[in-house]
Design a protein around this ligand. Structure first.
Ligand code: TXA
Ligand code: MG
Length: 319
């Protein structure tokens, strides 16, 4: 495995049908030529990803992204104009040139124009779009640095394009359409209030149908460390060999392992640091990671709460 910022090298590997890890503003992705079904299958085998979990396709511009969509609802165009390049994925009906491996057989396709300079330069030099899920083994925490990718997939991929730490740190907001009306399939940095500003109403959150979730980010245990996690509710003592993920706090706790998401309790910093903090606690061989509840009144913490609920495997009792 090699790591660097050589766009020509990444391009050559992708053109040859190989996979390359790429930076985005949300999390690192594991990319392949979205028009080449063999290359796309490599993504699934490297990640150990089940074949029912569709991939997001990344393009250099909204024109290039929409070239793969069969229909373009007015609201999708308005959202793309407002938020692309950026952390928004739009799920639209796909054209048949997109192989069914990309969409796990679905008629719809997730499209995104990422906002990361190095990745945008790469996309501009390619004459195909990039299918890319997050660059982690299936079910584990998403990577927000090249080192996170190298840690887990380094032995299985030929190159990591290193674009520095991700500035947002949580995966994109996913928006689908039902009879032309927007619905949120996965909360993210772009919030329903931001979307309402553009389309004139607050989109509903689509909950998971039991058997086959439309977005497997909806699987209840996902984005998880290997160490058991539990919400820290009420008063209690941290046991031997247990650690704590604190939301905020300026005093250094003593006597146990810990990470603090944001000393001053800022949501954007907490989101950016979440996956790195979970990884670092997960490496310490702890028996348990306690998770401090996110306080009320600090703004819209929906995306952060969503990822923490999935990492812990359940919502806090007090929510
Ligand atoms: O920020 C992101 O979205 C990152 C970066 C790399 O772009 N990507 C990402 O990909 O998080 P992934 O594969 O880890 O999560 C993509 C989610 C999956 O849960 C998938 O099911 C959903 O998007 N998805 C993709 N295509 C879909 C479709 N046609 N309908 C419903 N959900 C879809
Ligand atoms: Mg993922």
């Amino acid at each position: 495995m090699l790591c660097g910022n050589d766009i020509a090298k990444a391009k050559a590997l992708l053109e040859a049908g190989d996979v390359v890890a790429v930076p985005t503003e949300t999390v690192y992705g594991l990319a392949a030529n979205a028009l080449n079904s063999k290359a796309v299958s490599k993504i699934f085998s490297v990640k150990g990803r089940p074949d029912f979990d569709p991939l997001i396709v990344h393009a250099a511009s909204k024109e290039e992204a929409f070239a793969w969509a069969k229909e373009l609802p007015n609201e999708a165009l308005a959202l793309a104009e407002a938020f692309w390049p950026g952390p928004l994925t739009l799920v639209l009906l796909k054209k048949s040139v997109i192989p069914s491996e990309v969409t796990s057989g679905l008629e719809t396709l997730g499209l995104r124009v990422p906002n990361h300079a190095l990745l945008r330069s790469l996309l501009q030099t390619l004459d195909f779009p990039l299918a890319a899920p997050s660059a982690n083994p299936f079910g584990y925490i998403s990577p927000t640095t090249a080192a996170h990718v190298a840690d887990q997939l380094g032995a299985r991929i030929p190159y990591i394009l290193d674009g520095g730490p991700c500035t947002i740190g949580l995966e994109s907001t996913i928006v689908g359409f039902e009879s032309g009306k927007a619905v949120i399939l996965r909360p993210g940095h772009i919030q329903k209030e931001d979307i309402a500003q553009v389309i004139g109403y607050t989109p509903k959150r689509r909950e998971s149908p039991a058997e086959r979730p439309p977005a497997p980010g909806m699987l209840s245990s996902h984005y998880s460390p290997k160490t058991p996690m539990e919400w820290m509710e009420g008063k209690h003592l941290v046991g031997n060999n247990e650690g704590v993920l604190y939301f905020s706090g300026r005093q250094k706790p003593e006597g146990h392992a810990y990470e603090i998401l944001s000393e001053q309790g800022h949501l954007t910093e907490a989101a950016r640091r979440l996956y790195g903090c979970l990884r670092s606690l997960d490496k310490q061989g702890l028996k348990k990671i306690w998770v401090e509840l996110i306080p009320e009144g600090i703004g819209n913490a929906e995306a952060l709460k969503d990822r923490l609920n999935r990492a812990v495997g359940k919502q806090p009792l007090s929510s």
